[in-house]
Design a protein around this ligand. Structure first.
Ligand SMILES: Nc1ncnc2c1ncn2[C@@H]1O[C@H](COP(=O)(O)OP(=O)(O)OP(=O)(O)O)[C@@H](O)[C@H]1O
Ligand SMILES: [Mg+2]
Length: 243
């Protein structure tokens, strides 16, 4: 997967959330965004997902420019998967319905196929016995795995995840990270924002360090963690890896 982001800028009032954000990531399997709070990771990810349109600049995914018109963006969003920090499951539907509903309503799949696709994915993430529970009856880790199953169900070309484990305790975090790692091993392309440095180091092949609305550094995860080039990144890593 190739991603080329050319000088995107986004302001909210007088706040510059993205300030000439530029990134050229070629042939990545799993690209991780790391960096200080408020640096622009989530904002950048929302732009890559087509959930927001930049004030200026351009984004290309595998050489196609992301559209800037809302109606074309809708089609683009159908072709990708998105998972956020707080699961965003429909609270009044079961785990199974949460996965099947978008398949039927958004992707026009027939109910029978949607059901078998959903059960296959729930099974893959160890959720077969929880298919008929509503989100309130699931643990955080289970809910997040349902959210991942839902995002994967239409077989998106790429999956975007924003801190998928930040609301979870360590054991559930491990559950979800294992699920993501298995997707990477299967060849699914992933861009994720994470505070889990161990995971970024192990599962991501490329890492971008983001601060002040820009990519300060981008390289292979081995290089970025072992030989950070900028002082900002080095300081950030020494602080977060200390505990
Ligand atoms: N919708 C918005 N309206 C106003 N300001 C925003 C909005 N979204 C983001 N910002 C601002 O843009 C900056 C970047 O925010 P962003 O959420 O992208 O940071 P982040 O790197 O994801 O941080 P964290 O690690 O805490 O999640 C912040 O200063 C934030 O306050
Ligand atoms: Mg964020």
């Amino acid at each position: 997967m190739n991603l080329a982001v050319n000088k995107i800028t986004k302001r909210y009032g007088d706040q510059r959330a993205l300030d000439g954000f530029t990134l050229q990531a070629n042939d990545f399997s799993c690209l991780a965004f790391i960096g200080p709070s408020g640096g622009g990771k989530s904002t950048a990810l929302r732009h890559l997902c087509g959930l927001e349109i930049p004030d200026s600049g351009e984004i290309r995914l595998n050489d196609s420019i992301l559209p800037a018109q809302e109606n074309e963006l809708l089609n683009f969003r159908k072709s990708i998967g998105i998972v956020f920090q707080s699961y965003n499951l429909f609270p009044h539907f079961t785990a199974l319905e949460n996965v099947t509903l978008p398949l039927v309503q958004v992707h026009a799949m027939d109910a029978k196929n949607a059901n078998s696709r959903a059960m296959e994915l729930l099974g893959r993430f160890g959720l077969s016995n929880h298919a008929n529970k509503r989100p309130a009856e699931l643990s955080g880790g289970q809910s997040q795995r349902v959210a991942i199953a839902r995002a994967l169900a239409p077989d998106p070309s790429i999956l975007f995840l924003d801190e998928p484990t930040s609301a979870l305790d360590p054991e559930m975090t491990a559950e979800v990270l294992e699920a993501i790692e298995s997707l990477v091993a299967d060849g699914k392309k992933i861009v994720l924002v994470t505070h889990e440095m161990g995971f970024a180091q192990k599962a991501a092949d490329q890492v971008a360090f983001i601060a002040n609305g820009k990519v300060i550094e981008h390289s292979t995860s081995t290089d970025l963690f072992n030989r950070p080039q900028s002082q900002t990144c080095e300081k950030f890593l020494s602080r977060v890896l200390k505990y």
